[in-house]
Design a protein around this ligand. Sequence first.
Ligand SMILES: Cc1cc2nc3c(=O)[nH]c(=O)nc-3n(C[C@H](O)[C@H](O)[C@H](O)COP(=O)(O)OP(=O)(O)OC[C@H]3O[C@@H](n4cnc5c(N)ncnc54)[C@H](O)[C@@H]3O)c2cc1C
Length: 476
Amino acid sequence: MLLEAPIVRIPGRAAVDRAKIELERRLGPSKVLTSADACGPYASDDSDVGGRPPDAVVLATSAADVTVALEVAEACEVPVTPRAGGTGRTGGAVPVAGGIVLATHALARIKDIDRANLIAVVEPGVITGALHDAVEREGLFYAPDPNSLESCCIGGNLAENAGGPRAFKYGVTRDWVLGLEACLMGGRKVRTGKRTVKGVTGYDVTALLVGSEGTLGVFTEATLRLVPRPPTVATALALFTDVRAAAETVGAIVTAGIVPRCLEMLDAATLDAVRAAGVAVDLRAGAMLLVEVDGDAAESALERLGEVASQRAGCIDVVVAQDAGQRDRLWAARRMLSKATRKLARHKLSEDIVVPRTRIVDLLARMDAIGESTGVRHLTYGHAGDGNLHVNFLWNDDSERPAVDRAIGLLMHATVELGGTLSGEHGIGVSKASYLHLEQSAELIALQRDIKRAFDPKDLLNPGKIFPTDGAHRAC
Ligand SMILES: Cc1cc2nc3c(=O)[nH]c(=O)nc-3n(C[C@H](O)[C@H](O)[C@H](O)COP(=O)(O)OP(=O)(O)OC[C@H]3O[C@@H](n4cnc5c(N)ncnc54)[C@H](O)[C@@H]3O)c2cc1C
């Protein structure tokens, strides 16, 4: 959703050449890519944000490499864009000013899994799913589970404060971070936070760095909180005639005092995409809730949940997964939604707005009106338990793009009017920077810019992200 390219300072040729020579001298040529072919893959992420091809890519394999890259970048006044798995949805890892991409995916060691203290110490390039596997082998559990977990990395999760289906019960990445090691522009290294469960010393810089979208520092290590792996997990599907009935059931489940770990909702168009991808779904269903409960009382919680759902108007059926294989198949269907819906049109943009749970029905009604007034095709699925919905816009022809941008603008307005927030997990990046003022006051944006200046006075670390770059507060 790029209304306008961000206005950023492009480094001069002489500065870039100096930086390349210095990086190669200090890191060795094997860690510094400079050819257009080699740098090309680092120009984009999983958004439609267009950047400039980077002038150089540093393939860091140690914290010391990160320090060198940030020292050289500051000395030569060349911008740096940190990168991990490249699955970001708002252009966070896109080098909009060119310069250096600092790739951290090869910093991929799980340094420690401490069962007695329930912590893991990891590097930023660890794939999220690999961390799950490693801690679960030890009988432990790390909850944040973005649906991209097979390809995104902990570094990107930290920078975006990633969430996932399990956030309803267990919270998002920030809730699982005890401490960080980060490198700041110029190469200064800071260790923040703690390795203990409690600790309130000083400002909570850890919480500030998590979700800072690669604009304040580059993570080189994280100390993460773990819990014992829940002994039992139970999963069920509830099928409804329409999405309104499904959305109202979300509220009824929560009011009944049931806390599922996941409470996902799919609308009719999404179900059609799932069917088209070969997954059999009852043809009467126009919406689905996918719910999962865990803990000692999982079975009885699921039973109660089934009772609540089946008593609601519009409920067609509640189907409980009978074994782990069936559960895995249900989740595989959920995780392939992004790919399945992408096949519906030549272009797709996925938003990640959040509204209070009680306003989901209103948001869906507003989306129908927006679709009608702009003529843009859309579908919605997502983490309904916490009100975090992926509203997807679909179009085939480039001439439809202005209408899509209008629809997105209207969605952002509606979200804020309903008491919601622009992003539940993808971050603001480039894509949503021009909408920030809808949610945040000029004073709050100015305060955040001051914080950014304290960390990075020359605005060289991931410029063009989060804040509108033209200084204006635009209406959309
Ligand atoms: C199919 C699909 C499903 C998705 N589902 C979810 C979901 O359920 N929940 C969710 O939250 N997101 C989801 N996402 C979005 C994306 O996967 C997340 O934002 C993820 O956290 C990005 O991680 P990454 O390693 O790919 O980061 P990248 O895309 O490489 O970077 C993301 C941001 O992190 C910064 N960054 C990267 N490494 C570092 C570092 N070492 N230090 C400092 N900053 C750094 C970058 O500068 C950038 O701003 C999905 C994406 C896809 C493609």
